[in-house]
Design a protein around this ligand. Sequence first.
Ligand SMILES: [Cu+2]
Length: 119
Amino acid sequence: MTADRWAAIGIGAALLVFLFVFFFGKKREVQAESRITIVVDGGYTPDLIVVRRGSPVTLIFDRRDTGPCTDEIVLPDFGVRRPLPTGRRTAITVVPQHVGEFSFSCGMNMLHGRIRATE
Ligand SMILES: [Cu+2]
């Protein structure tokens, strides 16, 4: 075999490794589901959740207060409106499909939080 051949095989192998890491590595990230607990007590703690675009994220709303304000959670970008019973944990899974911010709020749109999706 000539040196040219070996070089071509080497470049081909490097390309295969790159493609494998690129696609397989990315896929694993997309499938990894993250779970984040948000305490609801007169507000949302934390109120900024940073996730990867395209990855499912499960928000577990742990409601502790009894005020009427927080008894519903709304995620308008995902078409979600759910009651949050006091003393219970309510899990909501969403998939932010593009880079940017997705807000969530109480049913009256007074208390706010954000999901920030990054690349
Ligand atoms: Cu409210």
